[in-house]
Ligand binder design. Sequence first.
Ligand SMILES: Cc1cc2nc3c(=O)[nH]c(=O)nc-3n(C[C@H](O)[C@H](O)[C@H](O)COP(=O)(O)OP(=O)(O)OC[C@H]3O[C@@H](n4cnc5c(N)ncnc54)[C@H](O)[C@@H]3O)c2cc1C
Length: 437
Amino acid sequence: MPVNVAIVGSGPAGFYTAAALIDQGEDVRIDFIERLPTPFGLIRGGVAADHQTTKKVANKYEKTALMEQVRYYGNVEVGRDIALADLRERYDAVVLAIGAPEDRVLDIPGADKAGVFGAAAFVGWYNGHPDFCTLNPDLNVAAAAVIGAGNVAIDVARLLGRSDQELATSDLPEYAETAFRRSPVKDIYLFARRGPVEVKITNVELREVGTLTECVPLVNAAQLPEGVGNLEDREKRLKERNLETFKEFSNRDGQEKPKRMHFEFYAAPSEILGGDKVEGIRLERTRVEDGRAVGTGKFFDVPCGLVVSAIGYHGEPLDGAPFDDRRDIIPNDDGRVDAGLYAAGWIKRGPSGVISTNRPDGVTAAEHILNDFNSAAKESKPGREALETLLREKNIRFVSYNDWKKIEAAEFKNAEGDRPRKKFTTIQDMLDVLDER
Ligand SMILES: Cc1cc2nc3c(=O)[nH]c(=O)nc-3n(C[C@H](O)[C@H](O)[C@H](O)COP(=O)(O)OP(=O)(O)OC[C@H]3O[C@@H](n4cnc5c(N)ncnc54)[C@H](O)[C@@H]3O)c2cc1C
């Protein structure tokens, strides 16, 4: 008697859950329900377009997707096309692995001016995510500000700093590559509320900006502490590496390259300046007390024509599932939400950690599913066949994994030069590929 499992969302958390279910060797049938025709969540739509090696993790997920027990139903949004209750009725277990797709709002005066974007939108735009492909940010600016001190902030800053040649091996959609190439940006500011020790940028990403061909990272030596303070061994080593890298950046010459990436610490944004469109940003100098940024009452302005705020993501409620408004997650007990309902990844824990941080969530969800099913010793629910009947009744056009491979083959075929693929950025264009055949 197979256990029929529906996994909502085909990002890392969904795939780690599926792989763990299969690894446990029991009779399982797993169906992915994904709102986009394209699988892999933030691997396609978040991981930076110039980090193709990182995106290769999708090859591992594909091995899972192609297993006999697994099916993919893309272009089906739970909460819009079908209800969560529809899945719970038809499957023994439903796993919510829907990520945390929304930007945390930059809540300061002027944040609604043209030219101010959240990272989810800006990153989605340069990654060709259908939700954001029409964003059209104006990159015709001399200076840009990125707010935040994590890997997403550095991704955005790095892409703005890249040379034409460096961009030519990315999978930026044509509109984004053209906008980056034409951009006259010379000064890219990264504003961090706290100090160099508190930044959450991983050292590989930090060192990488020291190797850009046309952009030099700059740090004011006066903002660098002597040491990282009292920390646990592992954390201490990581922070020390970053501090060493920042020290190296503080010796760089601003004239070395045509573009400059300024790391500005102890700077909290307080207002976006300008008329309808952003013309600058006002920041308050801070100091760090007990790990928190505290304002000093001293302000300074930096002119810029673009602001991207990378201050974090948050989850969204899904109809039919509980939601914790304070933590912006689906409340759960180590992945268990309710009888037969589970959560994994960012919607379970909140938006933090790297790709592999989602793996243990998948393993835990799989263990709970199999334990709960076996201990209840019930008849399995119909699963896949009942889902397909429902999709047909509702006239919902789903995209199978095989269909996705056709879309992907067209993306590979259309790629020019050293680009790995030419992404389709609208759902219609993706579906048209399938209709052409
Ligand atoms: C901009 C950015 C860059 C990153 N870069 C890196 C990096 O370089 N290296 C690294 O290790 N980590 C990186 N990360 C972190 C990594 O991407 C996340 O840890 C991981 O993607 C979280 O996995 P997830 O499955 O929880 O969510 P997601 O990857 O967001 O997947 C959720 C999936 O659910 C689908 N979905 C949502 N709602 C529904 C619905 N109602 N019905 C059906 N489907 C739905 C979505 O379309 C999506 O496919 C980055 C994160 C961001 C935001």
